[in-house]
Design a binder for this molecule. Structure first.
Ligand code: FAD
Length: 316
């Protein structure tokens, strides 16, 4: 059976949810091999095997982590050359996309970014992308080399299926060119206690309709264990951090549930959330464009609706 490489997304050794999602996708395409770059693979190996990793390649050489993404691309290129996998699945975040692009050049392979779905096809993996602000869904496949695909978080529901989990340590060759950009300091973000916006299964976002008071948005988000997002209007007004902006010039999210409160639904906002599985809007204007794309819409004042919804969730 064809091998499928999965670059494991982790933070200081703690495996992130997209890794389990990508292993689930990899099982549709062949036999998953998890590539774990950085310290912590020993601890993570049981979890990776539980989601179907037949093999785990650990690259714990500290030299790899001392530099920006270039060494990761070299590590993956060495593995691709040795094993000729049918596909390489990489997390679709800023670093992942850079690794994927470098890997595609190094291996002469085709690259597809921001896949929201990947299925097995007769001539190789078939990916789905959502383009032009979510107006089109495009299916494509790589026609040369290993299919290098960056996969957006929440593109699959993680399903457990035991894999052999054979463990292998790899000591890679890293070129001087890959050592051109050295990391000089790395500080962990202050933890908010909420999930990461791009990975969260539920996102509750607030817009100009909040008038700058995000308390009901945050309270509702916390009752659901959700991440908090914001429209650009709210961010530009200085009401919420720029890192929380959802949309064309912000973050792209694709959660199971997206709640837009006091957000009109401009095309640039839709570009960042239209692929959410279920969309709910709370807006006091029944003509607001956001209602064109929702699964459930509440016409009402968010300062009344969200606290009631929060109480209802807490009462469950
Ligand atoms: P508004 O459009 O002002 O909507 C506020 C809504 O709140 C209204 O529908 C109103 O009825 C409702 N409301 C008011 N009070 C209440 C209340 N008490 N209860 C319930 N509802 C209430 N925008 C983004 O979001 N993300 C982007 O990445 C982004 N990128 C952009 C890039 C470019 C190049 C450009 C030109 C624009 C971009 N924008 C982006 C801006 C976008 O065009 C809109 O201006 C923005 O999304 C509007 O934000 P909003 O919906 O919060 O505000």
């Amino acid at each position: 059976m064809a091998e499928v490489l999965v670059l494991v997304d982790h933070a200081q050794g703690v495996v992130k949810k997209p890794a389990a999602e990508m292993l689930t996708i990899a099982r549709r395409l062949g036999e998953p091999t998890a590539v774990f770059i950085g310290p912590g693979a020993e601890t993570a190996k049981d979890l990776l095997a539980r989601y179907g990793a037949e093999k785990i390649i650990s690259v714990s050489d500290p030299a790899v982590g001392e530099y920006l993404v270039a060494p990761q691309a070299e590590v993956l290129a060495q593995i691709v050359e040795a094993s000729s996998p049918v596909a390489v699945l990489i997390p679709s975040n800023a670093a992942g996309k850079e690794v994927a692009a470098r890997l595609a050049v190094k291996t002469g392979s085709g690259l597809i970014t921001d896949a929201v779905d990947v299925q097995a096809g007769e001539s190789g993996p078939v990916t789905t992308q959502s383009v032009f602000a979510g107006s089109y869904s495009v299916k494509s496949r790589v026609t040369q080399g290993a299919a290098i695909i960056t996969v957006k978080p929440n593109s699959a529901t993680p399903e457990q299926a035991a894999g052999a989990g054979a463990f292998e340590e790899l000591t890679p060759q890293i070129s001087d060119a890959a050592k051109a950009a050295k990391i000089t300091a790395s500080e962990p973000k202050k933890a908010s206690g909420r999930p990461e916006l791009t990975e969260a299964a539920i996102v509750v976002s607030g817009g100009r309709g909040t008038g700058g008071d995000f308390a009901p948005v945050e309270a509702f988000a916390d009752s659901l264990g959700a991440a908090v997002g914001a429209s650009r209007a709210a961010v530009d007004a200085g009401w919420y951090p720029h890192t929380s902006q959802v949309g064309q010039t912000g973050k792209q999210v694709s959660p199971q549930l997206y709640v837009a409160a006091g957000i009109s639904g401009a095309i640039q906002h839709r570009a960042g959330m239209q692929t959410s599985k279920t969309i709910v809007a709370v807006n006091k204007d029944e003509e607001a464009p956001i209602f064109e794309l929702v699964d459930f819409g509440v016409v009402g004042d968010l300062f009344q609706v969200l606290p009631q919804a929060t109480e209802a969730v807490k009462g469950k």
